[in-house]
Design a protein around this ligand. Structure first.
Ligand code: NAD
Ligand code: AKB
Length: 318
C-alpha cells in the first residue's frame, strides 16, 4: 500500500491535490505537510520545513513514505522581490527531496516545473517540448535547474521522478501564491463580488493556463502511467487553454454583463511577455494519453458557479 507525503500542501495546488490523493489512496495514507498548520486539512498533517533535510528524512522514515509530491516553491512574481532567497529555497528543497528519496528508496517522486522555464528565445506559439530554455526570472532559472536535477537523478540513480510544466493554474478552491498568472483567479473573485477589476497585465497578453481539475487529473494520470511509457524525465509540457485578459473578461460578461476591466500593467508584464502564449503538449498526449477537459466557457461557468456559492454561503454566515 502506498504512503504519500505532500510537501507544501497548504498552497494553491496542494490543498486540492491532498484531497484528490486522500480520495484515491485513503485518508490514513496521505501525510500533508507545510511550514504552518492549516485548519483546512482533515487527515494527517505534519509541520515540515523542506529546506531541513534531516527533518524530511525523519518524516519519510516515520511514515515509511513511498511517494513524495513536492510542491513548496517561491513563484515568479514573489521571487523577483528576493532572488537569492528564492534560489536557495527552490533549489535546496528540490535537492533534499531527490536525495532523501534516493537514500530511502522512495518509489515515485513528483516535482512540478512551470511554463516559466521558457524565455525570449523559445518560439512563443505552440512552444515545443525541446527548445531554448532562457528564463528571465529567478523562479524560471530554479525550475530549469530542478528539471536538470530530476533528469540526473533518474539517469544516475534510476529514481522514478516525474514532472509537468504546469501552465498558470486557475482554481476556485484556493488562492494563488505570488505568480504572474494570478490575475486569472483574482478576476473571477472580483466579478462574483459585484466589483470591477484592475488587471496588472495588458489586455492582449495571451498566456497558457489550466483549470485546477485538469491540473490535478494530469498529475494523477502521469503518476499512474507505467514507467516504461515515460520518455520525458526532465518535465512534460502540458496545455490546458490559452487566453488574454480581454477574452476572460468577455467570458465573465456572459454571466455579469456590466462587469468591467481596466488595465494597469506592472512589473509582471515583462515576465508575461517572456513566456509562451500556447504550448505543444504532444509528448504528454502520446506517452500517457493527456487530454484537457476545460475550455474557457466551461471553466468560466464552473468557476462562477462555485465562487457564487462560496460568497453566498459566507454572507449567510455573517
Ligand atoms: P503556493 O505558493 O500556493 O504554495 C507553496 C506552499 O509551499 C505554501 O503553502 C508554502 O507555505 C509552502 N512552503 C514554502 N516554503 C516551504 C518550505 N521551506 N518547506 C515546506 N513548505 C514550504 O504554490 P502552488 O501554486 O501551490 O505551486 C505548487 C508547485 O507548483 C510549485 O512548485 C510551483 O512552482 C508549481 N507551479 C504552480 C503553478 C500555479 O499556477 N499555481 C504553475 C506552474 C507551476
Ligand atoms: C506563476 O505565475 O509564477 C505560476 C507559474 C506559471 O509557474 N503561476
Amino acid at each position: 500500500m502506498d504512503t504519500i507525503l505532500v510537501i507544501g500542501a497548504g498552497g494553491q495546488i496542494g490543498t486540492v491535490l491532498v484531497q484528490a490523493l486522500q480520495q484515491k489512496f485513503g485518508l490514513s495514507q496521505v501525510i500533508a505537510s507545510d511550514l504552518k498548520a492549516s485548519q483546512s486539512f482533515t487527515g494527517i498533517f505534519e509541520i515540515l520545513d523542506a529546506t531541513k533535510a534531516d527533518d524530511l528524512m525523519s518524516l519519510v522514515r516515520k511514515y515509511q513514505v513511498t511517494q513524495i509530491y513536492h510542491l513548496a516553491a517561491i513563484l515568479s512574481a514573489s521571487g523577483e522581490a528576493n532572488p537569492v532567497r528564492t534560489w536557495e529555497l527552490n533549489m535546496q528543497t528540490v535537492l533534499n527531496v531527490l536525495e532523501v528519496a534516493r537514500l530511502e528508496n522512495v518509489n515515485k517522486v513528483f516535482i512540478p516545473s512551470s511554463i516559466a522555464v521558457f524565455g525570449p528565445s523559445a518560439n512563443p506559439v505552440h512552444t515545443s517540448q525541446q527548445t531554448y530554455l532562457d528564463p528571465t526570472t529567478v523562479y524560471g532559472i530554479s525550475k530549469v535547474a530542478a528539471e536538470n536535477w530530476m533528469q540526473y537523478y533518474h539517469t544516475k540513480y534510476n529514481l522514478d521522478v516525474r514532472s509537468i510544466r504546469y501552465p498558470g493554474v486557475i482554481s476556485y478552491q484556493s488562492m494563488p501564491g505570488g505568480g504572474t498568472t494570478d490575475y486569472a483567479v483574482d478576476i473571477y473573485h472580483k466579478a462574483v463580488q459585484g466589483q470591477n477589476y484592475e488587471c496588472f497585465l495588458s489586455e492582449d497578453t495571451r498566456l497558457p493556463m489550466i483549470y485546477m481539475d485538469d491540473a490535478i487529473r494530469a498529475t494523477l494520470e502521469l503518476m499512474d502511467a507505467d514507467a516504461e511509457r515515460i520518455t520525458v524525465r526532465n518535465s512534460y509540457n502540458l496545455a490546458g487553454l490559452s487566453f488574454t485578459p480581454t477574452e476572460v473578461a468577455e467570458a465573465i460578461q456572459q454571466f455579469f454583463p456590466t462587469f468591467q476591466t481596466t488595465y494597469k500593467p506592472d512589473f509582471r508584464q515583462q515576465i508575461a511577455n517572456s513566456w509562451p502564449q500556447s504550448i505543444d503538449d504532444s509528448a504528454a498526449r502520446r506517452d500517457w494519453g493527456w487530454k484537457p477537459a476545460y475550455d474557457l466557457p466551461r471553466m468560466t461557468e464552473d468557476m462562477i458557479h462555485h465562487l457564487d456559492h462560496q460568497y453566498h454561503a459566507d454572507l449567510t454566515q455573517v
